[in-house]
Design a protein around this ligand. Sequence first.
Ligand SMILES: NC(=O)c1ccc[n+]([C@@H]2O[C@H](COP(=O)([O-])OP(=O)(O)OC[C@H]3O[C@@H](n4cnc5c(N)ncnc54)[C@H](OP(=O)(O)O)[C@@H]3O)[C@@H](O)[C@H]2O)c1
Length: 296
Amino acid sequence: MSPPPAPFPSPPPIPFTFSLAGAGRVGTATAVLLSAAGHAPVGVASRTPASAERAAGLLGTDVYPFEDLPGADVVLIGAGDDSIEEVASLLAPDHGSVAIHFAGSLDLTILRSLTSAGAGAAALHPVQACPSVEAAIERIPGSAWGVTCSEGLEEWAAAVISDDLRGTAYPVAPQDRAAWHAASVVSANGISALLSAGERILSSIGVSDPIEVLGPLAAGSIANARDAGGGTATLTGPVVRGEIATVERHLNGLAGTTGYAPYVTATLAIIAAALASDRIDTTTADEMRALIEERS
Ligand SMILES: NC(=O)c1ccc[n+]([C@@H]2O[C@H](COP(=O)([O-])OP(=O)(O)OC[C@H]3O[C@@H](n4cnc5c(N)ncnc54)[C@H](OP(=O)(O)O)[C@@H]3O)[C@@H](O)[C@H]2O)c1
């Protein structure tokens, strides 16, 4: 196990200079937002020339090889999770005073090639789904950020997130980052996967635009959850109403189709959530589970 990064003496100035190493969606978007907030980009390096040039164009700066990136107060390492360590090791060890990565499940040890040379480090995870640079620029403001950083950088990171990125910083202990990220994956990718299952069921009965049917419903569920105390409190539908006959009709209707297995998986998760929040009692949960078990 590597030792934790040494305490960082003083946070970078505001505004600060920054470079971008790894010009992907989140790194480029964050760089654009920081630049718009008055921080000064000094250069971009990336693996693929087109990515580097796109980011440099958006930032009004130049492209460099990783090892020649001009020194800056902050280096944003926008590489994907599997490449952050490699990209950090390509940078001159004294490249920047604070190195930042965006991976939700990783702590600071992955930046050890820079922290062992005295840099501060921050793992700043925007809790947002970013399918493109443009979408990320639009959606990152207003998002939550999971923050793990070198001692002494906490206030600086929170100020940058709230003032410049218009987000909210949530401190995350290094050992909690996997759980922090897992929650995002379950919620965001889980919702997409469930939508996909619903879409396939509607397609199978000839509905040509299933997302137009299910999208407003899903958006309504999320709006309900945000307005009234979360998913647990606002769960609706046959399970929380204890309608075993309706669940049975669904199982009968989907029997033998590709929609059956996702329906069962989702329904077991709904039963567990409803039970954990006392929206149904144990007897009802057991009856529903037994019905599903019988059919499997
Ligand atoms: N996308 C999201 O929804 C999202 C949300 C929150 C957090 N994050 C986190 O943000 C980070 C970046 O994710 P992303 O979605 O922005 O990724 P991305 O768009 O795929 O960009 C990653 C960049 O890393 C560069 N890269 C990959 N392998 C490299 C290597 N071996 N050497 C040098 N550069 C390499 C690539 O550069 P080239 O293009 O030049 O090849 C690529 O542009 C990840 O840690 C991810 O977990 C992503």
